[in-house]
Write a protein that binds this ligand. Structure first.
Ligand SMILES: C[S@@+](CC[C@H](N)C(=O)[O-])C[C@H]1O[C@@H](n2cnc3c(N)ncnc32)[C@H](O)[C@@H]1O
Length: 320
């Protein structure tokens, strides 16, 4: 079956069969089944534990509900602030242009969406300054106009939608940006990566940062990413990955398993949730395996970039 046919079959199935009754595998073949039979029978991993598929999402929900209040503080503590650099790097690789519409899935407290809007604004400011520098003998009025916030050259305002299954994570994020007075351009939507509450072909960029390893059916989340992106749109995933250097891998393992649950207990009073976070990283496919999954979903030009020796990787692909 050609890629286009497979994609249109999937679109048809999506419209006709309720999600709870369908299963779309990575090759595009589709089958219907009763969720109660299938999901109860199948098992998956929750960290190093094996659990029925139907239970994983509930357990993941509980983890993030528990950690939401301390999520940002813990991210800084666990990564010694390095998560900020990884997130900045995602924006540099993305290099979004003004007017771009972002969907940030598993967006949590909004770090990626906020950085996206900041990046676009700083690009606009730079362009305005460059335009001013190149103007020939401008009048003061022209200079003043060029700094005005109503820029007629900007075709459409960029917006970012933070979509997350967990209401508590969204609530903490929304409150953070609203109380700092920097929430313009951000929307907060409760939604499941496996069944996004958006129409087809809506977004220029889809991001999922440190989120996809928590999703039960990664292939289904990838199908949804493809569906909501506009043709030409870009999928970008920032996720913990496989450390390539054996010495670094040993140090990283020791740090993850011996320090992170302890930090979780001391800072957030929650050992178990942070134990799950560490285990879930080890269960996630390596760089090459995940690249193949993105290609199987129907994305093109799939590439990945390792950072900090493969502690994290950015995967990118396009919808054509
Ligand atoms: C580790 S946090 C990442 C948050 C944010 N992207 C960041 O980088 O800081 C993982 C997030 O994935 C969300 N999540 C887990 N399963 C999800 C699903 N099926 N659909 C949408 N979000 C999900 C959790 O609620 C949580 O907010």
């Amino acid at each position: 079956m050609s890629v286009t046919m497979a994609v249109s079959m999937r679109s048809l199935v999506r419209r006709v069969i309720p999600l709870s009754h369908r299963h779309i595998n990575v090759s595009g073949r589709t089958s219907c089944r009763c969720l109660s039979d299938a999901a109860a029978d199948r098992s998956t991993h929750f960290g190093f534990e094996t659990v029925p598929e139907a239970e994983k999402a509930k357990r993941v929900y509980k983890v993030f509900e528990n950690v939401a209040q301390k999520y940002d503080v813990m991210n800084d503590a666990m990564s010694l602030g390095i998560h900020r650099l990884w997130k900045d790097t995602l924006l540099h690789v993305m290099n979004p242009q003004s007017g771009a519409q972002l969907l940030d899935v598993a967006g949590g407290t909004g770090d990626i969406s906020f950085r996206f809007l900041e990046y676009v604004r700083s690009q606009q400011e730079r362009q305005k300054r460059r335009a001013v520098r190149t103007m020939q003998t401008p009048s003061w009025q022209e200079i003043s106009n060029s700094y005005s916030t109503e820029d007629k050259d900007v075709p459409q305002e960029s917006r970012a939608v933070v979509c997350d299954i967990n209401k508590e994570m969204l609530r903490v994020g929304k409150q953070k940006y609203e109380s700092a007075g920097v929430s313009a351009g951000l929307s907060w939507v409760v939604g499941d990566a496996e069944e996004l509450p958006f129409d087809d072909d809506q977004f220029d960029i889809y991001t999922i940062a440190f989120g996809i390893r928590n999703v039960t059916h990664i292939d289904q989340a990838l199908q949804e990413a493809l569906r909501v992106l506009k043709p030409g749109g870009r999928f970008m995933c920032l996720e913990f990955s496989k450390v390539t250097n054996p010495v670094l891998a040993r140090l990283y393992d020791a740090y993850s398993f011996q320090m992170i649950p302890v930090l979780g207990e001391v800072i957030a009073g929650d050992w178990k949730s942070y134990q799950y976070l560490v285990e879930s990283i080890r269960k996630f496919p390596n760089q090459e395996e995940f690249k193949s999954m993105i290609e199987d979903a129907g994305f093109y030009c799939v590439q990945y970039y390792n950072f900090t020796g493969g502690v994290v990787a950015i995967h990118s692909g396009f919808k054509l």
